[in-house]
Write a protein that binds this ligand. Sequence first.
Ligand code: MET
Length: 389
Amino acid sequence: MNHPLKNTLSLMLLSTLSLGSAQKVASPIPIGIAVAQTSNASLFGQEQVIGARLAEKFLNARGGVGGTPIKLVFQDTSGDEAGAINAFQNLISKDNVVGIVGPTLSQQAFSADPIADRAKVPVLGPSNTAKGIPQIGAYISRVSAPVTAIAPNALKQALKINPKIKKVAVLYAQNDAFSTSETGIFQQTAKDLDLNVATVQKFQTTDNDFTTQVTAVLGENVDLVIISGLANDSGNLIKQLRQLGYKGLIVGGNGLNSSSMFPICGQYCDGVIVAQAYSPTQSSAANQLFAREYKAQYKKDPPQFAAQAYTGVQVFVDALKVLDHKKKIADWDLSDLRIALNKQLLIGKYKTPLGDLSFDKDGDIVQQAFYVAQIKMKDTKNGTFVFLK
Ligand code: MET
């Protein structure tokens, strides 16, 4: 077993493996998509898969990167940290992607992003809205505007609809990084708007029964309820609030921004106000094309999570095109390209379905316009987001 040749062989193998620097970029160019295709978070992830696939189809039909197509490599993150870490590791070391769009949840990003950052692989968060995401590292950026930019808009809109609102109840999922970040902004904005936060109630993203929280809310006689959670928990919470008699307005955070929630709260979703980082009516040429293509295929307006995932893929492709002009992508060393791609994407300007965008020095998105929508249910399963602003 201890034959000297074996040691020599292992050494050779080791040096081949560590010669990561000799690795070229594959053709078609692999871009990793690490989103939740299973678990509760797949209520958002499914929309992200659709958006990313549309970008792949659309951008390849227009020549890909200087004539070389891109190829999306999907690794399911599921809904937890371990799933995201595993997906990232596979994309980085096995699939040799040039960059990663993902993960779905901020809760996952805080665990998985540092792995990509250490490996010098650029990450574009397509939906991570918690504070502190781009600050994880130099290789971490996002196309999803943070809670600070989004959440206040929904509260201001609620006050326009009902200027008499004085007393509010706030509820949030305490085991989720984005929900705790978002509720902080909601609570601060409520105070800034001179609202009285009468009660703050916590729950878990895995909860199904909200009797305790709803009872506390009803006891305060509030005119507005503000919810930060994921889709399944928030959907059930809204349903129970209404069933037990709450009649006032409801503002929901980013986790309520998916029609996947409609079958959960059914008719009770009606009237919920949700701020948006995307509008199907956004007037850019890029959005006209995206929205038309999406509508032709899915017979409805594209949702925010699909538009953001599309944008993530597009930003990578646009940045790759610039690098391809300097040296054909196939001639780049993979590690060098990943580093150059990160630098390039941060300095570029992009015309996307979200409008014109760029990045600040941390890698946070600089976006021009935000919107607010209100849910309108047609029946117990189907509804739409009607844009108010
Ligand atoms: N914005 C969320 C987050 O950052 C993800 C999608 S909505 C729950 O975790």
